[in-house]
Design a binder for this molecule. Structure first.
Ligand code: FAD
Length: 359
């Protein structure tokens, strides 16, 4: 019987910042690309989630992109051009990065399910099946929008979309748009859409604006809190839920002009708009859900990594190692869900997994 699996020691799932960093460090530590490890990614081209970000997210409006190890962003892209779109500049960088280090990225290939058999992992995809001793999961969040289904969801005659589908505000001109959500994306996109058309902003809680600037120290403290949670096996919270929304000049302007006019969450969706419990209704053409993302981990469900609290207990130097099965690392997860976190997590995961598997 022929061996139907492509056998390697380690499969990295996802080729965003986290997967590329892990791949770089695996190679650097002597694991042979292609034979010792592969990177599986379901996109047609390099760029991870960045290739799907909306057009107005430019190098001047992103929070900051950290260089992947070994090749500077500025060596590939003209970073002094602040108006460059992130959805082209970062994919260009990742593509150059994959080439420069000859990383064994296979795409497009989607991992549907990971199971265990005879002490090894079976990685079932829409193409070749893989068989590995260890997994570095780096699948990000973009493919798993969090979209609460409010009563009446299916009745609405207008358009509903999630952050992940947004391209630019022009498509909403002349329409009344209800913007849902209280995080950074909701606020940024409210600013953008309200500049061209009529908007109403709703969120479950009043926005948690904080009168300070976002500093590296604040970021570090927030990451430490998220790390503490995953080490205790609690469900992941976003860094913003810890830091609140520091008031940037753009947010200050929106506060001054009254654009940030918060309304509580509606209770029901109707054919033509939304209704609150007190009977108040509002007609709209578009409901735009900026309600965040969840970590894309459905393909790992059969491994039962989650505990009763809905979290995954993590350990290791940067909390990337799954306690229940130390042959699995989650990178870009919880405390490492940023470009700098993903860089560090990739390094820690590669190092610890090589040691654990005694490669
Ligand atoms: P991704 O870039 O999402 O890469 C995951 C890859 O895995 C993707 O290619 C995906 O298609 C693939 N994949 C997923 N599931 C599967 C599967 N089952 N099989 C095969 N492949 C799969 N961070 C910053 O540091 N600075 C910023 O300015 C910043 N801005 C952000 C703006 C927005 C709107 C959002 C949503 C996030 C932002 N972040 C920012 C966080 C950012 O997402 C991370 O920093 C980082 O880029 C994520 O990298 P990643 O490798 O974990 O995930």
């Amino acid at each position: 019987v022929p061996d139907l699996f492509y056998k390697v020691d380690i499969v990295v799932i996802g080729a965003g910042q986290a997967g590329l960093s892990a791949a770089y460090h695996l190679k650097r530590q002597g694991i042979e690309p292609g034979k010792g490890f592969v990177v599986l990614d379901d996109e047609f081209s390099a760029g991870g989630a960045w290739q799907h970000r909306w057009d107005s997210l430019t190098l001047s409006t992103v929070n900051g992109i950290n260089d992947l190890p070994g090749l500077a962003f500025a060596d590939v892209v003209n970073t002094s051009d602040h108006e460059l779109q992130a959805n082209t500049a970062i994919p260009q960088y990742y593509e150059a990065y994959e080439k420069e280090f000859e990383l064994p990225v296979i795409r497009p290939i989607r991992v549907h399910e990971v199971t265990e058999r005879n002490g090894r992992f079976i990685i079932r995809t829409n193409g070749v099946q893989f068989n590995a001793r260890g997994i570095i999961n780096a699948t990000g969040t973009w493919k798993t929008p969090n979209c609460p289904r409010y009563p009446g969801w299916e009745k609405f005659q207008g358009r509903q979309l999630h952050t992940g589908e947004y391209k630019n505000a022009q498509e909403f001109i002349g329409k009344h748009v209800i913007i849902v959500g209280g995080g950074i994306s909701a606020v940024q996109l409210l600013g953008e859409v309200s500049a061209v058309t009529q908007t109403t902003w709703v969120a479950r809680r009043p926005p948690d604006f904080r009168p300070y600037k976002f500093t590296p120290e604040l970021g570090r403290d927030a990451v430490a809190l998220v790390e503490e949670r995953v080490r205790e096996g609690l469900p992941v919270t976003s860094v913003v839920s810890v830091t609140g929304l520091p008031i940037t000049p753009a947010i200050q302007e929106m506060l001054d002009t009254g654009t940030l006019d918060w309304n509580p969450m509606f209770d029901e969706i109707t054919e033509t708009g939304v209704r609150w419990a007190d009977g108040r209704t509002l007609d709209a053409d578009v409901i735009f859900w900026n309600t965040g993302f969840r970590h894309s981990l459905d393909h790992l469900a059969a491994l039962h990594l989650q505990n009763d609290q809905g979290g995954i207990e993590m350990s290791g130097t940067l909390a990337t190692q799954v306690v229940k099965d130390p042959r699995i690392h989650l990178t870009g997860y919880g405390p490492s869900a940023s470009t700098i976190g993903a860089n560090r997590a990739g390094r820690a995961a590669a190092k610890e997994l090589i040691a654990y598997l005694q490669l």
